[in-house]
Design a protein around this ligand. Structure first.
Ligand SMILES: Cc1ncc(C[n+]2csc(CCOP(=O)(O)OP(=O)(O)O)c2C)c(N)n1
Length: 335
């Protein structure tokens, strides 16, 4: 293979078309739209010289993965993610205010403005980060799942990572332990086709990342990530397996990021046509169209979209108006 795959992994399944209500779909659409608007606002602030420092990795184009997967989980299940995790935190219930204030380095941010974009963490919501070391969080997710099994608390851990992480030692160790100890974890590879500027075919000898499960006798799945209901149903199956039999699953969701790897990446390694082709499969447009097909009135959709706009405008203002983070680190435990 020499070009990133754009063909569908499989045809649409009628089960996904039937298996939803307007209310549920509207709720998921609202979450995806809020994540997109929040990240667009972050990109704008980043470009306005110095409002957001450090790295900023956006998930725009991939929203259906974190939203669909989290919708299939219980509120107290654990989520562990990478540096591309604003959407995962939001889907887990963290407010846009807390996320944007964190990106701005403000005291009111999720981790008091000291972590920034790559280090969101919310113990109360069981959102266990936000990690900058590619693949390094997979053993951490295995550890969280081990704790759940040990305590018999019934929780499942969802671990998100990119296809590039699947070539990393930390990934190999985490997957091996998850399989060996039968840990209740769902390993979700968001295959967005590129690791920074490196296309999948230049880093992996096979295009199917989920095949790596076979080496461990682990269950696996692989499907397109542009339909939020499909993501919810298929990840839901893996969550059910983890919860009832304590068996892990490696799930590969084929998706695409519309923007560069981070804000400093103009994405010159791919053609405009390629990006356009994937934009035609935008998960938000797909979801919106489905809402129209299910009979949601234009006025209702516009009301929902205005509500999201207001939420994000409020969050930007909150981040702008908040005081900066403390200059030193006062949160060290004093012994
Ligand atoms: C161990 C390690 N090696 C290299 C990097 C630099 N790096 C940051 S992101 C990235 C690409 C990872 O791609 P992928 O896992 O596919 O995730 P994506 O960014 O596409 O979501 C690399 C190589 C890093 N952060 N950690």
């Amino acid at each position: 293979m020499t070009t990133p795959q754009s063909a569908r992994v499989e045809p649409d399944d009628p089960a996904d078309l039937q298996e939803t209500t307007v209310e549920e779909l509207a709720r998921l659409y609202r979450q995806m739209l809020a994540i997109r608007r929040m990240e667009e606002a972050a990109a704008k602030a980043y470009s306005q010289g110095g409002k957001i420092g450090g790295f900023l990795h956006l998930i725009i184009g991939q929203e259906a993965v974190c939203v669909g997967a989290t919708a299939a989980a219980q509120p107290d299940d654990y989520v562990v993610a990478t540096y591309r995790e604003h959407g995962h935190a939001y889907a887990k219930g963290v407010s846009a205010r807390a996320i944007l204030a964190e990106l701005y380095g403000k005291k009111t941010g999720l981790v008091k403005g000291l972590g920034g974009s790559m280090h969101l963490f919310d113990k109360k919501k069981n959102f266990l980060g936000g990690y900058g070391i590619v693949g390094g969080h997979v053993p951490i997710a295995a550890g969280a799942a081990f704790a759940s099994k040990y305590r018999n608390d019934g929780r499942v851990t969802l671990c998100f990572f990119g296809e590039g992480a699947s070539t990393i030692g930390g990934f190999a160790e985490g997957v091996a332990l998850a399989a060996l100890w039968k840990l209740p974890v769902v390993l979700i590879c968001e295959n967005n086709q590129y690791s920074m500027g490196t296309p999948l075919y230049r880093s992996l000898a096979v295009e199917d990342v989920s095949l790596r499960a076979l080496a461990h006798g682990m269950a696996r799945d692989r499907f397109d990530g542009d339909d939020v209901i499909k993501v919810k149903r298929r990840i839901g199956e893996a969550i059910e397996r983890a919860r009832t039999t304590s068996e892990p699953t490696l799930v590969e969701v084929v998706t695409y990021r519309f923007r560069g790897h981070s804000m400093s990446d103009p994405g010159l390694y791919r053609t405009k046509e390629e990006v356009e082709e994937w934009r035609r499969r935008d998960p938000l447009n797909r979801c919106r169209q489905r809402l129209v097909d299910l009979g949601m009135q234009d006025a209702k959709l516009e009301e929902l979209e205005a509500d999201v706009r207001a939420e994000i405008e409020d969050a930007v203002k909150f981040a702008e108006d908040s005081p900066p983070a403390d200059e030193y680190f006062p949160y060290v435990v004093k012994e």
